[in-house]
Design a protein around this ligand. Structure first.
Ligand SMILES: [Zn+2]
Length: 515
C-alpha cells in the first residue's frame, strides 16, 4: 500500500459521512396505525435558504396521469433542533413552504392510505398506498416527501414493525431485527422506484439464470398463493431469458401482488386493476379470484411489467430519466415505452412456446379491433403521448393496443428489410447499448437514432404512422410475414398462399426459440 492510497481512502470516508449528514432520515412506526393513518417523522438535511418547500409528488413515472399524493398528507409541522415550531404555509395540494428554514431540523406529518379513502382521487391502485392492520403497501410517493432541489442525496428509512411482519421488496434492508427494518435509498428516484409490501409473508422465490426472483402475495381469502405464481412465472422468465440472449437484466427482482377481495369496497372505480413497473420490481393490484381463472392474466401482466426493464427503464428520453415530480412533462414516445413493452410481453410467449402462433395472432387481432373501435386511429401517436396526462387522456389506453401493433409492424418490417436477420428485439438491444441506464435520448432525435441502427425505410415508417396521422395499413405489413388481415372482422389469419419470402419472415418472426 502506498500513502496516496491511504490518503484517498481517508478522504473518501470523510466525504461519504458528510454526504450522509446531508441526507434524509425518515422514520415510521407501523405498530401505530390510527384510522388508517401513520405518523411520519423526517430529520431533514441541512438547509441554506431562508425558505424551503416540502413536496409530495404530483405525478410519478410510469402512470402518465396526475396523482396529487399531497392530498393524503395532513398536519405538516416543522421544528428546529430545540423543538420549537417553525412557520408552515400550504401552497397547493402537494406543497408546503417552511420559513426560517436555516433552523429546520424535523418535519412531522400524518399520512392517510389511498386504498379505502373517502376522498375523491385519480390515483391508480397499483400506485396507491394501503395502511391496514394486516397489510401495508408502502408506495413511497404516497408517504415520503422531499425538499426543493434536494433529490440527489441519500434517504434512510426506518420502519418499526410488528414482529410477525415481513418486508417484501426487491431491496433488502441494510439492517433488520424482529421489530425494526432500516432501508437506504440512493436518492429520491431510487426511493420512489422501490415499493415495499409489509404483512404476514406469503412469499416464494426462484433463481432464473442470474436472477433471484421473489414473489410476495397478499390474498385475504387465500385463493391464490406465492408458490403457484412462482410456478407460472418460472416458464415465462426462462422464456424471457432466452429471448434476451441468455441473461436477465437484473440480479434480483420482486413481483409484489395485492389481491383485492371484490366484496371489500375500495376507493377505485369498480373493476379497476393493474400493475406498475419499477427497475427491479413490479406491483400488482388484481381482483382476488380462483387461481386458474387468474393465471393467463397474471402471466400476461407480469410479462409486460418485467419487460419494462428495457423500455423505459433502460431506453428512455430525458423526460423520463430526469423525471419532474412537480409537473407533468411527458415524452413523445409512449409507443416505445408502453407499446413495445406490451408487444414484447406477448411475443416472448409465442417465441418460448407458452402461447401458440394462433393464440398470438388472436391477441394481436383483438388489439386491432379494440384500437379501431375505441380510439382515434388518425391521431398522431407522438402527440397522444406528449399530452397523455391532459388533452389526450381518453386516448391513453391505445398505447396498449395500437402501441403494441406499431411494434409488431416494425418487427415484421425490420425482418423483411433484413431478410430475417434483424428484428425489433435486435433494435431495442442495440438502443440499450447505445443509451444504457445512465444516458437518455432527446425526444426529437429518436427516429434518427433508430435509422442509424436500421434502415431509412424504418424512419419513414415512424414519420408516417407514428408521428404522422396515417392509419397503419395492417394488410400490407402483416402480409410481409404471410399473415392476412381481414378488415371486415379485423382479424389476422395465416395465409395459405404466402410467398416463400413471406414464410421465411414468418419463421423468423414467430418460430420458437429453443430454451
Ligand atoms: Zn406498462
Amino acid at each position: 500500500m502506498n500513502k496516496n492510497i491511504v490518503l484517498f481512502f481517508i478522504l473518501s470516508i470523510g466525504s461519504f459521512s458528510a454526504l450522509l449528514a446531508q441526507g434524509y432520515s425518515y422514520s415510521v412506526n407501523l405498530n401505530d396505525i390510527q384510522n388508517d393513518q401513520l405518523s411520519v417523522t423526517l430529520i431533514t438535511p441541512e438547509q441554506e435558504n431562508k425558505n424551503v418547500v416540502f413536496s409530495l409528488p404530483k405525478i410519478i413515472p410510469g402512470t402518465y396521469a396526475i396523482s396529487d399524493y399531497g392530498a393524503f398528507i395532513s398536519d405538516v409541522t416543522a421544528y428546529d433542533k430545540k423543538g420549537k415550531q417553525l412557520p408552515v404555509n400550504q401552497l397547493n395540494v402537494n406543497q408546503w413552504e417552511i420559513s426560517k428554514a436555516k433552523k429546520l431540523h424535523k418535519i412531522v406529518y400524518q399520512v392517510e392510505d389511498i386504498f379505502d379513502t373517502e376522498k375523491e382521487h385519480e390515483i391508480y391502485p397499483m400506485a396507491a398506498t394501503n395502511i391496514e392492520k394486516n397489510n401495508i403497501v408502502i408506495h413511497s410517493p404516497g408517504i415520503f416527501g422531499y425538499l426543493d432541489h434536494l433529490s440527489q442525496v441519500p434517504f434512510e428509512i426506518t420502519f418499526d414493525k410488528p414482529s410477525n411482519f415481513y418486508a417484501s421488496s426487491s431491496r433488502l434492508p441494510v439492517s433488520s431485527t424482529a421489530s425494526q427494518d432500516v432501508f437506504e435509498m440512493d436518492n429520491l428516484d431510487d426511493l420512489y422506484d422501490t415499493p415495499i409490501m409489509y404483512g404476514i409473508a406469503d412469499t416464494a422465490s426462484v433463481k432464473v439464470g442470474n436472477c433471484d426472483v421473489l414473489v410476495s402475495v397478499y390474498s385475504p381469502n387465500q385463493l391464490i398463493n406465492a408458490k403457484e405464481i412462482v410456478g407460472w412465472l418460472t416458464d415465462l422468465l426462462q422464456g424471457a431469458r432466452s429471448y434476451l440472449g441468455g441473461k436477465l437484466p437484473a440480479d434480483r427482482y420482486a413481483f409484489l401482488y395485492y389481491f383485492n377481495d371484490p366484496k371489500v369496497k375500495q376507493s377505485f372505480q369498480p373493476g379497476m386493476a393493474g400493475a406498475l413497473e419499477h427497475t427491479t420490481s413490479s406491483f400488482y393490484y388484481l381482483p382476488e379470484l380462483p387461481a386458474q381463472q387468474l393465471k393467463p392474466f397474471v402471466v400476461d401482466v407480469a410479462s409486460h411489467e418485467f419487460f419494462h426493464i428495457i423500455t423505459p427503464l433502460t431506453i428512455a428520453s430525458k423526460e423520463v430519466k430526469e423525471f419532474n415530480y412537480n409537473e407533468p412533462v411527458l415524452s413523445k414516445h409512449l409507443w416505445l415505452y408502453e407499446g413495445s413493452t406490451e408487444y414484447t410481453a406477448h411475443h416472448v410467449q409465442v417465441k418460448s412456446g407458452i402461447n401458440t402462433k394462433e393464440e398470438f395472432l388472436a391477441k394481436l387481432s383483438q388489439k386491432i379491433a379494440d384500437s379501431k373501435a375505441s380510439y382515434n386511429d388518425t391521431l398522431s401517436f407522438t402527440q397522444l403521448s406528449k399530452y397523455a396526462a391532459s388533452t389526450y387522456a381518453e386516448q391513453y389506453g391505445n398505447v396498449y393496443q395500437k402501441g403494441a401493433l406499431i411494434a409488431a409492424c416494425l418487427d415484421i418490417y425490420l425482418l423483411h428489410l433484413s431478410d430475417g436477420g434483424y428484428g425489433f428485439k435486435n433494435l431495442t438491444h442495440d438502443l440499450g447499448i447505445r443509451f444504457g441506464k445512465e444516458r437518455y435520448f432527446n425526444d426529437d432525435e429518436l427516429f434518427d437514432e433508430i435509422e442509424k441502427l436500421s434502415y431509412p425505410e424504418i424512419k419513414e415508417f415512424l414519420l408516417k404512422y407514428v408521428d404522422g396521422t396515417a392509419p397503419i395499413p395492417y394488410d400490407y405489413f402483416f402480409g410481409l410475414a404471410g399473415v392476412k388481415y381481414q378488415d371486415t372482422d379485423r382479424s389476422l389469419h395465416f395465409d395459405d398462399t404466402a410467398s416463400a419470402k413471406a414464410l421465411k419472415i414468418q419463421q423468423a418472426w414467430l418460430g420458437t426459440e429453443c430454451k
